[in-house]
Design a protein around this ligand. Structure first.
Ligand code: AMP
Length: 282
């Protein structure tokens, strides 16, 4: 595995790979890697000839009150894990390399899909995500780019952006990888105290219960949402940001489950904001 920090160097190796007719897969991350990230790299390894992983804690997707400065880091361990995962190029640019002085161009996906759910409390978040992903796409020119279903809204926004801007890239959404008790893996889980970590299982537990109810024929979105709200509220450490049942293409709230449905939530445990979701086809 080769570690690259400079865009021009990245471009050179990609150009050579393309000249040789190789397909390229990209896995963008913010580092502090876990099994969820590694599953994306494995999928990329299986699906493409050359795998590029990026580690970049992107400042433009954080608001001033968020955890940019305290975001967990362990670059040495990340290098070992990416090497073991068979990544060919690990791209670790500096903030100056990605946003040099005078930088002023942003990509904004407009409308409901960036304004709902996480977009309500994180109003600049998806503009930062769309911008950095576009920049990485332009640098790596991947045939396939891999994203986790754990960040369901992010996948929906990137798919829309790719379509709207005619980007010739296949977006591959990979299933959420979970801890043994069901908690969705996340770099931010590290922030949880041991008692918060124990209680945080309520997110996935309530989603799995709802999935069972749907399999048993429940179609009333309000009843399902109320069930989750009740479950989460029964844990005193948990503070709900949002819990919604929406159409997975438009992110409009629905009354009756039909078609492609996303049930998503964000819940605070202390200062730590956790997200989880299930997507079901009816
Ligand atoms: P992050 O480093 O949190 O920005 O995540 C980088 C990529 O890994 C994103 O596409 C995430 O959706 C994905 N990812 C993070 N956690 C998981 C997980 N538990 N299962 C699957 N994919 C994940």
């Amino acid at each position: 595995m080769k570690v690259i920090k400079i865009v021009s160097e990245l471009r050179a190796v990609i150009k050579e790979a393309k000249r040789l007719g190789k397909t390229v897969g990209l896995v963008p991350t913010m580092g502090f890697l876990h099994e969820g990230h590694l599953a994306l790299m494995k999928k990329a390894k299986d699906g493409t000839d050359v795998v590029v992983t990026s580690i970049f804690v992107n400042p433009t997707q954080f608001s001033a009150n968020e955890d940019l400065d305290s975001y967990p880091k362990d670059i040495k361990r990340d290098m070992e894990l990416t090497q073991e995962a068979g990544v060919d190029y690990l791209f670790i640019p500096s903030v100056e390399e990605m946003y040099p002085e005078g930088y002023s161009t942003y990509v904004k996906v407009e409308g409901n899909i960036t304004e709902q759910l996480c977009g309500i409390t994180r109003s600049h978040h998806f503009r930062g995500v769309a911008t950095i992903v576009t920049k990485l796409f332009n640098m790596v020119l991947p045939d396939y780019a891999y994203f986790g279903q754990k960040d369901a809204q992010q996948v929906i926004v990137i798919e829309k952006m790719t379509r709207d801007l005619n980007m010739d890239i296949n977006i591959v959404a990979c299933p959420t990888v979970r801890e043994e008790d069901g908690l969705a893996m996340s770099s931010r889980n590290k922030y949880l105290s041991s008692s918060e970590r124990e209680k945080a299982v309520i997110l996935s537990k309530s989603l799995f219960e709802v999935e069972k109810k749907i399999n048993n024929g429940e179609r009333d979105a309000t009843a399902l949402r109320n069930y989750i709200v009740e479950q989460i509220k029964s844990v005193k450490e948990a503070d709900i940001d949002y819990i919604e049942v929406v159409n997975a293409e438009t992110l409009h709230k629905i009354k009756t489950l039909k078609g492609d449905v996303l049930i998503a939530m964000a819940v605070f445990f202390g200062k730590t904001r956790l997200i989880d979701n299930i997507r079901v086809q009816i």
